[in-house]
Design a protein around this ligand. Structure first.
Ligand code: GTP
Ligand code: MG
Length: 226
C-alpha cells in the first residue's frame, strides 16, 4: 500500500508510476491463480483416470472452479481488517482460487485427501472437516487449503487453492441451502432451520444407503465368480 506520508512527498509523475505498478500487480494476481487452478485440474485429471481404471468407476463426479471476484476479495480483506496490499491478498486470503470436487461416495473424499497429503507437488496447509463435524445448520463438506507450485520464469511460486469436497447428496443440500439462505440475514421461523437440518441428515442417510448398496453389488460380483 502507498504510505500516505510518502504520497505527500511524491510528484504527480512518480505517483502515476507507483499507481501503475500497483495496478499491474493487482492485475497479475488473478492470472497466477487461474494458472494454479489449471495445474491442479491437470493433476486431478490424471488421478481421476487412474482411479477409474483401478475401481471401475470414477470417484470424481464433477469439478467446478472459480476465481473470486475482485470486489469479494476486497470485502473480505476489509472484513479481516487488513491493509489493501497485494502481499496481504496473497498471504491472508486463501480462497481466491476455489475448486469444488463432487464425489460419488464419502470414502472417495478421504481417499483423495490422503493422496493429496502424500504428494510432493501438493502441500496440504489446512483441513476443515465439516463431514465428521457438520456446521450447526447441517452443512457438510471437507474444506482443504492447499498450495500448488507454479513454475514461472522468476522461479517457483506456491499458490493457494481452496478445495471443497463433498458427495452428490451434500452438494444438492448445499446448493439448495445457498439458494434459500446463504448470507441471507433476514429472520426465518425456527422450524425452517430444523427442516433444513433434517434435510441434511436425509442427505447423510442417502450417502450411507448408496454405500451399502455399492458394497452389496460388489460382494455379489465377487461371489458370482466361476
Ligand atoms: P469465508 O471464506 O469468508 O466464507 O469464511 P470461512 O473461511 O470461515 O468459511 P468456511 O471455510 O467455513 O466456508 C467457506 C465456503 O464454504 C463458503 O464461501 C461457502 O462456499 C461454503 N460454505 C460454508 N458454510 C456454508 C453453508 O452453511 N452453506 C453453504 N451452502 N455453503 C457454505
Ligand atoms: Mg474460507
Amino acid at each position: 500500500m502507498i504510505n500516505p506520508i510518502h504520497l505527500k512527498d511524491m510528484g504527480t509523475r512518480e505517483l502515476a508510476d507507483e499507481l501503475l505498478l500497483q495496478l499491474n500487480e493487482w492485475n497479475n494476481v488473478p492470472m497466477l491463480y487461474q494458472l494454479a487452478l489449471e495445474e491442479l485440474q491437470n493433476k486431478i485429471k490424471v488421478i481421476k483416470t487412474e482411479l477409474k481404471q483401478i475401481n471401475g468407476y470414477s470417484p470424481i463426479e464433477h469439478i467446478k472452479v472459480r476465481i473470486k471476484e475482485p470486489k469479494s476479495i476486497l470485502d473480505k480483506m476489509k472484513r479481516k481488517g487488513c491493509d489493501l496490499t497485494v502481499d496481504n491478498m496473497l498471504n491472508l486470503i486463501h480462497d481466491i482460487a476455489g475448486m469444488r470436487i463432487v464425489c460419488a461416495f464419502v470414502k472417495d473424499i478421504y481417499l483423495l485427501l490422503e493422496h493429496f497429503k502424500q504428494r510432493s507437488d501438493i502441500q496440504v496447509l489446512e483441513v476443515k472437516d465439516y463431514i465428521n463435524d457438520p456446521k450447526p445448520n447441517g452443512y457438510q463438506s471437507l474444506h482443504i487449503i492447499l498450495a500448488v507450485p507454479l513454475i514461472l520464469l522468476e522461479g517457483t511460486r506456491w499458490m493457494k487453492v481452496e478445495i471443497q469436497m463433498r458427495t452428490l447428496a451434500m452438494d444438492f443440500w448445499a446448493s439448495m441451502e445457498h439458494i434459500l439462505f446463504y448470507k441471507y440475514d433476514k429472520q426465518v421461523p425456527a422450524h425452517v432451520h430444523t427442516e433444513l437440518k433434517e434435510a441434511s441428515e436425509a442427505a447423510y442417510a442417502l450417502d450411507k444407503k448408496m454405500l451399502r448398496i455399492q458394497k452389496e453389488i460388489l460382494s455379489g460380483i465377487a461371489n458370482s465368480g466361476p
